[in-house]
Design a protein around this ligand. Structure first.
Ligand SMILES: NC(=O)c1ccc[n+]([C@@H]2O[C@H](COP(=O)([O-])OP(=O)(O)OC[C@H]3O[C@@H](n4cnc5c(N)ncnc54)[C@H](OP(=O)(O)O)[C@@H]3O)[C@@H](O)[C@H]2O)c1
Length: 318
């Protein structure tokens, strides 16, 4: 396939507010060995993108600029570096690039490179831009619920932050694992949680007395906000995990207690991406899309996701 020499890609030249983001004409990246070059169909906007741009991870991301933004992607393979064997030119794949390998552009661009070991075939659905919402949040929810919390059929699971990106996937994935799921969200989002199939939709502004609630076998926190209070809803022997950095003090403080809370960092696992793709194709998992932005509006997309009150995910279409 003929590919252009240049493309549009989002970049920033210093850490700072969303306004530091620019959309520039830059060279199309060249895939290195074991990398694919994708024509980006869409990427999602994650809280981690906004945190990295603002300098919150400067110790790991370093002082070299420009930097790109965007970590997950749905795209068509247009070229392969050496030693690629799993995907062909023309395949539509999805994946998670990861923050650590961020170059001068990320997936918020017209083209992006990605390690062949970080993708799987994308779900075969009409709305591929919406599917771009899922690689990072879907893998995070699946790994937390299935691997860390070992959720089993008929268990009672509480998802805290259920209306957000990870939470809206987790509510659906926990049901696919056979659990009875309840949710905690803001009161305005309880209806969304009910539409996702929860048994009980609680609001964090008016949590019930724990004595009035049948205890939960597993609690998955996606907020990091005041999470110690949810431990009171755990059944004896119940498990609780958080993915949010704000929950780390509770994680550390609980390490010796019976109601331990663990922290889960997501890992890119192509088999998990494939699991999520088949859940989407079967209709058991649907991306909850809040807003769709053109690449030119990347700064507005970052500003919105940083509010921590989005409903599901926002995607960027270059
Ligand atoms: N460890 C990892 O590998 C990993 C991977 C992915 C994400 N994360 C982190 O996980 C967190 C969630 O990510 P996300 O993409 O799901 O974020 P998000 O889409 O912004 O969702 C945030 C959720 O938090 C809820 N919330 C806000 N204030 C709250 C409060 N005071 N009490 C309870 N809930 C509250 C929101 O509900 P309302 O809008 O209804 O208020 C919303 O449902 C972020 O911190 C992100 O950086 C970590």
């Amino acid at each position: 396939m003929n590919r252009p020499q240049t493309m549009l890609g989002a970049q920033y030249f210093r850490y700072g507010p969303p306004e530091v983001l620019q959309v520039n004409e830059v060279p199309v990246p060249e895939p290195r060995p074991k990398e694919l070059l994708l024509r980006v169909i869409a990427c999602s906007v994650n809280r981690a993108d906004a945190i990295a741009r603002s300098g919150g991870t400067r110790l790991t991301n370093g002082p070299r600029f420009p930097k790109g933004t965007g970590v997950d992607v749905v795209g068509e393979v247009v070229a392969r570096g050496g030693d690629c064997s799993r995907h062909e030119v023309g395949d539509v794949v999805w994946g998670y690039v990861g923050m650590a390998t961020m170059g001068t552009t990320g997936t918020a661009a017209q083209y992006a490179t990605i390690d062949e070991g970080s993708v799987s075939r994308a779900p075969r659905v009409d709305d591929l831009p919406a599917a771009a919402a899922l690689p990072l949040v879907g893998m995070t929810a699946l790994q937390a619920l299935r691997n860390r919390l070992t959720v089993r059929t008929d268990e009672r699971v509480l998802v805290v932050g259920a209306s957000g990106g990870v939470g809206s996937s987790a509510v659906q994935i926990a049901q696919l694992l056979g659990a009875e799921v309840s949710s905690v969200s803001g009161s305005d989002n309880r209806e969304l949680c009910r539409a996702l199939g929860v048994a009980q939709a609680y609001s964090y502004e008016a949590l019930p007395d724990p004595r009035a609630v049948t205890a939960f076998d597993a609690i998955f926190d996606c907020t990091g906000v005041d999470i110690g209070r949810y431990r009171r809803y755990l059944a004896p022997g119940g498990r609780m995990a958080t993915i949010a950095p704000g929950g780390l003090p509770t994680v550390l403080g609980s390490s010796l207690s019976r109601r331990r809370v663990s922290f889960l960092p997501v890992k890119v696992v192509p088999d998990d991406l494939a699991w999520i793709a088949s859940a989407v194709e079967s209709g058991g998992l649907r991306p909850v899309i809040d807003r769709r932005y053109p690449l030119a509006d990347i700064a507005r997309a970052h500003e919105y996701v940083a509010t921590a009150h989005t409903r599901g995910k926002s995607v960027v279409i270059p």
